[in-house]
Write a protein that binds this ligand. Structure first.
Ligand code: DQQ
Length: 578
């Protein structure tokens, strides 16, 4: 009880900052360029806030995951990397290889500017296994005006299991923008898929006026690409589409499908990263192969009212089909919320990759489901458990005995009735979940919820990042809000540090009166999976007090309805090789 009071008091100083954040949208369009800093090497790398088990190189800036693939027993991850500084710039394709997606060997840069067709930049792209050999398609920048073309690269030596060296043949570029295309917004080719007609297809992201476009190209030999008469899909007023990803999902099982799969019981997913909001959105729909058009299902929305893979810091993601485990795996860039360039310079690094996630279609067909790849569990070490622990209104329980700043927590909450759920104010109907979370956060007492985890909490509750549910009663149904609220995550008072109340609604059946939550806590990131991965939210946070052994973890309930922790399993997490 007392702790909840303390928590409420701590919230007072945060409100003015929260107000300022709500008035700005916290969004920065496209990568910001800091000329002075982009080639200014890190003096040292600060340990504070570096992650223990998320993928990040020893220093400097990273962004988009590129060309993830499995080939000959090895997983490959390439990523946009600045070898010379901790802000965006000088981008190369850095390369790492792994046998388990957890432990990584860092390799020499695979692709970097060196030829006329990529002299000014080697930007994002994808890998395709073509006749049993990998091929990378990537965007080259060919002049100082930012003109973009699509190039290919192939391994120099297929007998090298790590595929260390890559060649960019002289017949590049393969695809250049015709007159109808804005050549400075023409990038991020997808993995190719093969049609029944023997033609390979790729998408390239672009924009025409303010209409986001997934331009479709076809090729018989992978070398000569012809633009299709119609794009695969477009949507008005959504701005530039970066990093499109287009893939099939099964309607009757959770296993993955090869990108070229063409058969029964399949839906398709189109994901785009919107430069305007710096968030990404997806729709589920039907790929009409004869017309080569993709039509989102009824009720699916393109753009920022639509579904998101992750409602937090997650951008430029990309999936690949993993034939070893017959699954589709998603990688996403977890960008910093601290976008102060001098902070990046001081800490010597910026950006991490989210934990790779298995992804499949929910049986309802209404959304995707994601779950951390099972291999992550090899990092689990000491475990603590709670069973059938009741939390009455205002109560919390500390999860002790693990490293709370570097942990994996899985919890199932149950309750005996839905009758205490708060009314969902009809005037909120047009609000985003994030707005509702900002108004009805973890400290505003509710009926059924807020309940969840209080991660990265300092000794006296000056800092904490709650991940929680609130259940609302709307006209004809219940609405479950999931929040990952960074607004009180740090006592650092720099208003340029974005501390959003990230949130999404969870499409879950409450008839069993249970809600589950898993959070991967790793120093400056809290990556959470609600209701078995139906809604996912990643927050980047920068505690000043709740660091290393000073961080605490609690489960809490701030609603009138008693909540039972049916099971809570929490593990300290080991550090992998990377
Ligand atoms: N990042 C790359 C672009 C892509 C953007 C440049 C998305 O290819 O559109 O680093 O974050």
């Amino acid at each position: 009880m007392q702790k909840m009071e303390l928590l409420r008091n701590c919230s007072l100083w945060v409100l003015p900052i929260l107000f300022m954040i709500l008035c700005s949208n916290g969004v920065n369009a496209s990568h910001q360029v800091f000329m002075r800093l982009q080639s200014s090497s890190a003096f040292s790398v600060r340990k504070i806030h570096r992650t223990g088990y998320h993928f990040q190189p020893p220093k400097h800036w990273i962004n988009d995951p590129n060309g993830p693939m499995y080939y000959n027993g090895i997983y490959h991850l390439f990523y946009q990397y600045n070898p010379k500084g901790s802000v965006w710039g000088n981008i190369v394709w850095a390369h790492a290889a792994s046998t388990d997606l957890v432990n990584w060997i860092r390799l020499e840069h695979a692709i970097y500017p060196s030829k006329v067709f990529d002299k000014y930049g080697t930007w994002s792209g994808s890998a395709t296994i073509l006749h049993n050999k990998p091929v990378i398609l990537y965007t080259g920048i060919i002049d100082a005006n930012n003109t973009q073309v699509q190039n290919y690269a192939i391994p120099a030596d297929l007998s090298d299991p790590l595929l260390r060296k890559w060649i960019k043949p002289d017949n590049n570029p393969l695809v250049v923008a015709d007159k109808s295309i804005n050549k400075t917004q023409f990038r991020d080719p997808t993995t190719a898929w093969l049609g029944r007609d023997g033609l390979w297809r790729i998408l390239v992201g672009s924009v025409r006026r303010r209409r986001g476009v997934a331009i479709l190209y076809r090729s018989r030999d992978f070398m000569k690409w012809i633009k299709a008469k119609h794009p695969l899909h477009t949507s008005a007023k959504t701005g530039n589409w970066e990093c499109p990803d287009f893939f099939p999902v099964s309607t009757n099982h959770t296993e993955g499908l090869d990108t070229s799969f063409d058969g029964e019981n399949v839906k398709h997913v189109l994901k785009v990263s919107l430069d305007v909001t710096r968030f990404e959105y997806y729709t589920i729909g039907t790929y009409h192969t004869k017309k080569d058009r993709y039509i989102p299902d009824d009720g699916m929305t393109d753009g920022w009212k639509g579904l998101r893979l992750d409602y937090g810091n997650f951008y430029a993601s990309k999936t690949f089909y993993d034939p070893l485990k017959n699954r589709r795996v998603l990688w996403g860039w977890t960008n910093e919320s601290d976008v102060v360039p001098t902070d990046a310079k001081k800490k010597g690094w910026a950006g991490i990759q989210a934990i790779p996630r298995k992804l499949w279609l929910d049986p309802s067909g209404r959304h995707l489901v994601q779950w951390p790849i099972e291999e992550l569990e090899i990092l689990r070490k000491q475990k603590v458990e709670l069973r059938n622990h009741n939390l009455d209104k205002g109560e919390m329980v500390e999860v002790q005995g693990i490293t709370a700043a570097q942990a994996d927590v899985e919890v199932t909450f149950s309750f005996s009735s839905l009758k205490n759920a708060e009314e969902f104010d009809p005037s909120w109907a047009d609000l985003y979940a994030q707005d509702v979370c900002a108004m009805r956060g973890s400290t505003v007492q509710g009926g059924l919820g807020p309940f969840g985890l209080l991660t990265l909490t300092s000794e006296n509750f000056e800092e904490y990042t709650p991940v929680f549910f609130r259940v609302f009663k709307a006209q004809d149904k219940y609405k479950v809000l999931m929040c990952s609220d960074a607004s009180r995550s740090s006592v650092r008072n720099n208003i340029k540090i974005y501390k959003p109340s990230f949130a999404g609604f969870v499409d879950v059946d409450l008839s069993d009166k249970k809600l589950s939550l898993r959070s991967l806590i790793d120093h400056s990131v809290v990556e959470s999976f609600g209701a078995g991965g139906k809604t996912c939210i990643t927050s980047r946070v920068y505690p000043a007090l709740a660091i290393f052994d000073e961080a605490h973890l609690y489960a809490f309930n701030n609603g009138t309805e008693t909540i039972t922790i049916e099971t809570l399993n929490a593990w300290s997490m080991n550090k992998p090789e990377r």
